[in-house]
Design a protein around this ligand. Sequence first.
Ligand code: BGP
Length: 454
Amino acid sequence: MLSKDFLWGASTSAYQVEGGWNEDGKEPSVQDVRTVPENTSDFKVAADHYHHWKEDVKLFHELGLKAYRFSISWSRIMPNGVVNPKGVEFYTSLIDELLSYNIEPVVTVFHFDLPASLNEQGGWGNRKTIDAFADYCEFLFDTFGDKVKYWQTINEQNMLTLAGKVIYGNRKTWKDIFQENHYMLVAQAKVMGIYHAGCYPGKIGPAPNICAVYPATSCAEDQLAAEYMSAFRNWLYLDAAVYGTYNLQAMEILRALDAEPEITEEDKKIMQENTCDYIAFNYYNTACAKASKEGSAVEEGDQQSGFGIPGFFASAANHSLPKTEFGWSIDPTGLRVTAHQIYSRYRKPLLITENGLGGRDVLEEDGTVHDNYRIDYLKQHVEELKKTIADGVPFIGYCPWSAIDLISTHEGIRKRYGFIYVNRSDFDLKDMKRYKKDSFYWYQKVIRSNGEEV
Ligand code: BGP
């Protein structure tokens, strides 16, 4: 039996759902100026939530959501470093509307969409971005801190670091990448410090993408490889957020890559003194690793592709798992393994901020969408989540990706995740009408029964 306060929610992010990318004083973000990924249209209109938010929130209420996890667009709130009243008005109205339906706003302050002007000045590679981020967040806490109880700092910092090419369209040297990563860790710590010092009535935490890494075989070398991959992909980020320190095995890899960041004494102090209250994490599937011989190439891919670091680990295929039509493996039990790993290491309350299946949904002539494959995926994950909670792992809530159809990081709108269908295609904006999918009715039932009827 789940607690009656369990937050059954759903997620989106600003640049993937909002549209209105150049309206009411918004500055373009890096997402608005990036090269459009191959085979996708100009995706900046997204799901046009900026013009449909009221209708969307009403649908979220009908769905029964207890929480809505969304991100605030930095470049809408503070274009070129100056507060934009229209941007503030938008999020104030959105938050008030959610609260009027008793939907808890769960806010990520940064989800892949750095203001373009900051990027031109070096982005996260410029130490000054730390202060810009701190100013922006302090403004958010002062403005919305009495209404928002759950804050997340940076969405998937680990994926931004490891799969930046796909998410951001850039690729730099490992040295530059991990210096940027370090500045993000310091920025995150600083902001957690500001939040705590301000005594706002809520909690703040990171939101990385975490997945258990299995060894390809039972040999010790593969086990060690799996540990290295996990340290590099997962624990580097959570050790920093929870303990304020760098993970030892990850640091060893950074040294081997000649990518050790420059860390000042002041940085160390900021990180150690300011840590998180809870851990939000995104879970899509697991990874598998095998020992890697020196000299094999580093592989690259999207946020769920395997990758390797010569001499430490190589990714291995896990043939035991089925895959989505977009090639992401499906591992519901892996959610239980992952959650146990996180909780045993950190003993902090957990919140799932993303989990879901991207598919090519079809809108039938009668306005229905039969996405039983999504229901199957979510059903299995909710079952595993319930078992994990029964094991004693404290979960604040579950916010699958996504509340409504939105633009994928690099595969357009043809790859849909929502409970609500948005009538547009990659190259035709159509009428943007909203339709409830079969998964909408399924999730509604799950929420109504507080997880008893899955
Ligand atoms: C996560 C991101 C989301 C979202 C999701 C699905 O990595 O935090 O922004 O996009 O993955 O990924 P994709 O859109 O690539 O299918």
